[in-house]
Design a protein around this ligand. Structure first.
Ligand code: MLT
Length: 307
């Protein structure tokens, strides 16, 4: 009898193809599914029927899944670390450029000139306002990377190619990961030391009890004045009240994040994106393939990978 996979989000066809239709039925509703396959759907313990043997997420973070409850019920939770790392790294590159140049303000200004048909007038107007959009360069600036896992290490290497100095901090860095990392990535002894010397700080860690609210008032108090904070990890890592205080005080020049946060929307010193770090065709395929293969390997062979 075919196994039933409850699919709670759009999952790329290339991933679903790893679950042959002769052996697997895939649908968004089943009463007694064998497994759950999802992306960002917020799953509660009550949503997991008794029949479920495994949950697989096509993505790195598992904060939308009740992992502790799954563990207590003996249900492995699979994720796909590294499968979307390149996509996130590329968006962080965009974040660095948005933080250093007046790109957003410049685009907004040009859009406001809609309807101006006289080319000479358009040129004069833009010339008169150009100085308002002046930025700075990334070359020679310091990027602090907090978390040097699959995404953080790619971000560190990318920043080196932009001519930035890179300093990293990761108390849980494995020996293998440390060997893989370029020797040009310097290490900060403490998070405060990284915050104090970085012009740009990029966060790359999961939400855990130890990281929730990690960027707090104490840390933001030692930030290098005029620094820019990039958060393409999870909103919960930054204490929002402390962040607003640092922005209001002007010590933090800009906050760029991949999540909408109601009290930050509309601020000139904040750029928010709709959680699109992993939203590329390639990353969606990679994540879906890895999640589906893990699920299949578990259901058919009992193997547990990335759980
Ligand atoms: C992740 O944890 O990898 C991302 O949240 C993936 C996604 O956007 O689905």
């Amino acid at each position: 009898m075919a196994r039933q996979i409850l699919k709670l989000n759009h999952i790329s066809a290339k991933g679903l193809d790893r679950l042959p239709r002769d052996d697997y039925e895939i649908a968004s509703e089943f009463t007694h599914p064998d497994a759950i396959l999802l992306r960002s759907h917020k799953l509660s313990a009550d949503d997991i029927p008794e029949s479920v043997l495994a949950v697989a997420r096509a993505g790195a973070g598992v904060n939308n899944i009740p992992v502790a409850e799954c563990s207590s019920r003996g249900i492995p939770v699979f994720n796909t670390p590294g499968a979307n790392a390149n996509a996130v790294k590329e968006l962080v590159a965009a974040g660095l450029l948005l933080g250093s140049r007046g790109i957003i303000e410049g685009i907004h200004y040009v859009n406001k000139l809609y309807g101006m048909t006289d080319m000479a007038e358009l040129h004069r107007t833009l010339e008169a306002h150009k100085k308002e959009f002046k930025g700075g360069e990334l070359v020679g600036k310091t990027l602090g990377v907090v978390g040097l896992g699959a995404i953080g290490s790619l971000v560190a290497e990318m920043a080196l190619t932009l001519g930035m100095e890179v300093v990293g901090f990761d108390p849980a860095l494995s020996v293998e990961a440390a060997w893989r990392l370029s020797s040009q990535v310097k290490r900060a002894d403490t998070l405060s030391a990284l915050f104090a010397r970085s012009d740009y700080i990029s966060l790359h860690m999961p939400v855990l009890d130890s990281t929730r609210g990690l960027v707090n008032a104490e840390l933001l108090a030692v930030i290098k004045p005029g620094a820019c904070l990039l958060n393409f990890a999870r909103q919960e890592i930054v204490n929002e009240g402390a962040l607003v205080d640092a922005l209001n005080a002007g010590t933090l020049r800009k906050y760029i994040a991949d999540f909408p946060a109601p009290q930050l929307i509309g601020r000139k010193d904040v750029i928010l994106m709709p959680h699109i770090g992993a939203s590329t065709e390639e990353a969606e395929d990679n994540c879906a393939i890895m999640a589906a293969e893990q699920l299949r390997d578990f259901l058919e062979n009992g193997n547990i990978r990335n759980s």
